[in-house]
Every structure is written in structure tokens, then in C-alpha cells.
Design a protein around this ligand. Structure first.
Ligand SMILES: [Zn+2]
Length: 579
């Protein structure tokens, strides 16, 4: 830890002695007393094995911090940390302790297979075990001098007990509001400590505020070349992009991986010796932050964890990036959260939307000219209070398409005129009924058009009794407007159809084309929505859905309706529904 940041050891000893606490170095104590039967690297605790844990342990044992947050990679020693702190607390600094896992079952399993063997293998804690076997249950151990509870992250386990220590495991899985419940368990105790550990989470998650409350400590290394400290971040890992044909040459790429100092450009090869050397040169540094007194937060990534080869990370990253470019961000999200232990911000990680026009102009089609091999053209309309947005796209049998017209329209007559000029059949016109449904039904009925409506559902049952299956849009149903006009209504899955549209957008020309002189409105609407985690206000479940993040989205909705129409008329391949 950097100078000036460390707690004066003499002061700490005096203070601890005054409180009747253990006054020695916790790392010495752990090395003397703790065996780790499950560790692949050392059967006894050794401070050299995972050096990034040492200052976290010191921070805990100092008694100076009420809240400690740790954002760490999968397989980076989070569980080991818990296995070290529990015996230390039981033997040297006792107080009621609550360990909260993701679920009751996982907590039980952890207690049985990991925690009990360690507590029994440590002489100082083994002799404190209650002699009455009824005091030992799978989810609690009632030591004579302190209780230890192990539970899942649910309201019943978090509301009943007041604790000196609370350990919150894998915060990223916790439901909204549960971190606050856990914090309330310690509030009336001046000497309480609450610890939250987790891989990375989404920026909308509760864990973000918990983590940001602390002084931010980042793991880095003193460079073997220039000796200067720098943060270990992913962009320091370098490799050569070698291809064999169109495919990445994994062998050659793996062999080229190295770690580069951002200051002097010194390079370390991807060998276990070099990675270990960097770990030995590692230390924490405090970053500027707006923290609350008594709170400290730590972040390190898989780059710190020297037993994970960098080439494995590079292969994972390249594969995730290939998917990202195709519009699928899930693998990149996993990589950032589990490997780099970063906070996922959906919009920042979107592949930049590249909307380069194809080589034609809107004027080439204003008289209703057909595109080559055209089979269908649809006019889709999004109704507002006193105007409409409309969009016409022509489709070929292979699912490729060309945008013919788009823009704002002020009267229904203009739309009708537009439809006739562009040569769109009545059955191929669709108006969104999400706004002012009754009026839309009457307008559609009067013009022999169809209505469409986006929905939160993932799929709809269609087909006869023998061959029922789900697809992301409904059979056309009959609806009637207040003026008595009747039309067909197709309901479609907002999420599934927009996933499909995102894929088309990523492909661009020649699959999904737009003219060189497309409007600024269209360009803006195409990037107005992103898919992200949202919390359902009723069920508190996290759900992924498309949300509007900037400007207006009307032509984006019109394009989504084009996808529905094209699927309905059979020019797009089968689109899978979602449960
Ligand atoms: Zn350097």
C-alpha cells in the first residue's frame, strides 16, 4: 500500500490492546495456524501465494474499516480469503458472524465441504467447537463465545439477526434491495465489518453504490523495466493478429502474447515465471475517489492471478470480440465481468454502429421502381398524436432488403398517396397501435391495412392442434375500432424481433441496405435504443429489454415492424421465440 495510506502499526497495536484484541500481524497468525486442504497451490496459508490478498486481510484486521468491497475475477482467491478470515475471527477477534451465499443450498454446501474442515483443522478454532452436537448444524455453529450463521441471500435470512461481521458472497447475483438489508444487520454496532465480494456486475446493480462508497484501491505492478508502478489493465496485453485464411491462427496468436509496460514498453513473455515475477512486484495503489470514511474497496483482474495464462484470456477475448461485431455482446460481458472483474456498461461496449449507405439514392425509387429480384415491399407506420413516421423497404426472397423511403408525414392522406406512388399493396401496410389503439384500428380498417403492436412476451403459440409451435409474432387477430372499422392485428415480441434487427443492422449492406442520402432522423433513430438489464418493478426480477437511451426511436420501430412483416410473409428465415 502506498506511503501515508498505511495505518500506523504502533497506533493499531495500542488501540487493539485497549479493546482486548489480538495485536500481532494477521498474516503471521494465518501462516502459523491455517491449513487450506482445498488449495491447489499450497496446503498451508502462505502470504507469497496470492499476494494481492495480503493488504485486504490487513485492512480487515486493522479494525479501522466498517465496510470492505472486493471486485475480483473468478478463480482469483475470493473463497480463500473467506477461509482465512473466518478462523481468524473465531480465534482472535470474535463476534457474531453471518456468511451470506447466493442461496441457502450453496451456503450449506460451502459450510460442509469447505468451512468445517478448515475450522476443525485449525487448532485454535477446533478446541472452541461446541461439545453439544446440537449446537452444530449445517447452517450455523453456536460457539460458546460467538454464533456463526451461513445462509442464502434472501429476506428471511437477512432480517432476523444483528451481527458484528457480515460476509456477502457473489454480490452480482443478489436481488435488488438485499445489500441494503445485509447492511442493516450491522448498523447498530460500532465495531462491525461488512464485506462484499464478487466478480464484476452491471452498472445498474446495487453493488455499484456499495463499491463506490469505498476508497478505491487498484492492483498494479512496479515494472521490471523502469520500476514505475502502473495499473494492470487489459490493454497492456499485446498479441499479433495472425490469420490462416479467414480464421484466426490460435497457435500463432497464442505464441505472440506478451505483457507491455504502458510507460517504458518493457515486455514480459507469457511464461509462468514472468507472470509470477510480475505478481511478486505487485502492490495496491489508491485511486482518487469520493469515498465515505471507514469504507475501502479493492479491484483486481485475472491479470494479477499469475496461474492464469494470458494466452487463454486473449483467445477468449478475440472470440468474444468476433461475436460483438455480429451484435452479440454476451461473451464480451462474461469476459469483462468474470475475467477482468469490471463493471459492465452496456452502451459503452456496443460495437460502434457502422451505418454506411449502399450505392443508391432515395430518388432512384420514388416512382415505385422495383429493386432487382424484389418479392415484397412493406410500408410500416408509427403513429404519434398529430403526425406519423413511415418507412418503406423492399425485400428479396433471400431475406436481403433495400430501404426505399423514410420520413415524417403530417396527414393520413399523404401516407395513402405515398403508398400508391411507391406501389405498396394494402395488405403490406402495417401501422403501430401502441399509441391510440382505437384510432389506429379505424384508420387501418378504413384503408384495408393491418395493425401491429410490440409486446414484452418472448413468443406466441401458433399453428393447428397437431403442429403447435412458438414464434416471435402472433397469428393475425381481428380487432375493431370505435368507429366500427375492422382490421387484423399482429402482436410481436419486442426483444426477439429487435435482436434480429440488431443482427441485420450489424450486417448492413448488401444484406440490409439504406440509401446514401438517408435522413439524419433515420441515422439517429437507428442508435436510439440499447438492450440492457432492467429490474421489473413488480417481480424485482432482472430482465433484459430494449430501452430508449437517446432521442426518438420511431423509424427504429418502423424497421422492427419491417422485420415482423418480412418474417410473416416468409422472406426471413425462421426466427426462434424466447421463453
Ligand atoms: Zn516500464
Amino acid at each position: 500500500m502506498q506511503a501515508g495510506n498505511e495505518i500506523d502499526p504502533l497506533y493499531r497495536k495500542l488501540r487493539a490492546a485497549a479493546n482486548g484484541r489480538f495485536t500481532g500481524c494477521p498474516l503471521d497468525w494465518m501462516e502459523r495456524n491455517i491449513a487450506l486442504p482445498h488449495s491447489a497451490r499450497a496446503t498451508r496459508f502462505d502470504r507469497e501465494v496470492a499476494p494481492w490478498l495480503n493488504d485486504i486481510i490487513q485492512t480487515f484486521a486493522s479494525g479501522e474499516f466498517r465496510q470492505i468491497a472486493i471486485r475480483a475475477p473468478v478463480g482469483g482467491g475470493k473463497t480463500t480469503l473467506l477461509e482465512l478470515l473466518v478462523p481468524y475471527v473465531v480465534a482472535e477477534d470474535p463476534g457474531g458472524m453471518l456468511l451470506v451465499g447466493q442461496s441457502d443450498d450453496m451456503a450449506k454446501d460451502f459450510a460442509e465441504t469447505r468451512l468445517l474442515p478448515i475450522l476443525k483443522g485449525c487448532e485454535k478454532t477446533a478446541r472452541l467447537f461446541p461439545s453439544d452436537r446440537h449446537q452444530k448444524r449445517k447452517t450455523s455453529i453456536l460457539f460458546p463465545h460467538m454464533p456463526l450463521f451461513i445462509a442464502g441471500a434472501n429476506l428471511s435470512s437477512l432480517q432476523e439477526k444483528s451481527m458484528r461481521y457480515v460476509w456477502m458472497d457473489e454480490l452480482w447475483r443478489w436481488k435488488a434491495g438485499m445489500i441494503g438489508e445485509a447492511q442493516r444487520r450491522t448498523h447498530d454496532r460500532w465495531n462491525s465489518v461488512i464485506i462484499g465480494v464478487s466478480q464484476g456486475w452491471d452498472d445498474t446493480h446495487d453493488a455499484e453504490a456499495f463499491f463506490n462508497a469505498g476508497e478505491q484501491h487498484q492492483w498494479g505492478v512496479a515494472c521490471p523495466g523502469c520500476g514505475e508502478w502502473h495499473r494492470m489493465i487489459w490493454s497492456n496485453v499485446k498479441w499479433d493478429n495472425v490469420y490462416r485464411g479467414t480464421q484466426p491462427d490460435w497457435e500463432a496468436i497464442g505464441n505472440s502474447v506478451r505483457y507491455q509496460c504502458p510507460k517504458c514498453k518493457h515486455e514480459s513473455p507469457d511464461t509462468s515465471n514472468a507472470r509470477r515475477e510480475l505478481a511478486n512486484r505487485g502492490r495496491w495503489q489508491k485511486a482518487p475517489s469520493n469515498s465515505i470514511a471507514g469504507c475501502r474497496s479493492f479491484h483486481y483482474s485475472a491479470l494479477a492471478v499469475y496461474w492464469i495464462p494470458w494466452r487463454d484470456l486473449v483467445v477468449e477475448w478475440i472470440k468474444a470480440d468476433i461475436l460483438r461485431k455480429a451484435g452479440d455482446l454476451s461473451a464480451l460481458r462474461q469476459f469483462l465481468q468474470k475475467r477482468l472483474a469490471e463493471v459492465w456498461k452496456e452502451e459503452i461496449n456496443q460495437a460502434p454502429v457502422d451505418l454506411r449507405g449502399a450505392n443508391y439514392n432515395k430518388a432512384d425509387y420514388t416512382e415505385g421502381q422495383k429493386i432487382e429480384d424484389e418479392v415484397w415491399r412493406f410500408l410500416t407506420i408509427d403513429r404519434q398524436q398529430d403526425h406519423w413516421w413511415a418507412l418503406c423497404r423492399a425485400w428479396r426472397a433471400d431475406g436481403t432488403s433495400r430501404l426505399i423511403w423514410e420520413g415524417m408525414v403530417l396527414t393520413l392522406e399523404t401516407i395513402r398517396h405515398l403508398q400508391e406512388t411507391l406501389g405498396v399493396r394494402d395488405v403490406c401496410v402495417f401501422q403501430d397501435s401502441g399509441y391510440s389503439a382505437g384510432t389506429v384500428y379505424d384508420e387501418c380498417g378504413a384503408n384495408n391495412w393491418n395493425a401491429m403492436k410490440g409486446s414484452g412476451m418472448g413468443g406466441f403459440w401458433v399453428g393447428g392442434a397437431k403442429r403447435r409451435y412458438q414464434r416471435p409474432f402472433s397469428e393475425p387477430g381481428v380487432v375493431r375500432g370505435p368507429k366500427g372499422h375492422v382490421c387484423k392485428l399482429i402482436v410481436w415480441s419486442n426483444e426477439v424481433i429487435k435482436d434480429e434487427l440488431v443482427k441485420l443492422r450489424a450486417k448492413g449492406a448488401p444484406t440490409w441496405e439504406h440509401p446514401k442520402d438517408v435522413s439524419q432522423d433515420w441515422l439517429a433513430h437507428m442508435t436510439s435504443e440499447i438492450k440492457r438489464d432492467t429490474i421489473d418493478s413488480k417481480t424485482k426480477q432482472v430482465k433484459q429489454r430494449y430501452v430508449q437511451v437517446k432521442g426518438e426511436n420511431h423509424l427504429w420501430d418502423c424497421e422492427a415492424m419491417q422485420v415482423v412483416a418480412a418474417a410473416h410473409f416468409g422472406v426471413l428465415g425462421k426466427i426462434e421465440a424466447k421463453d
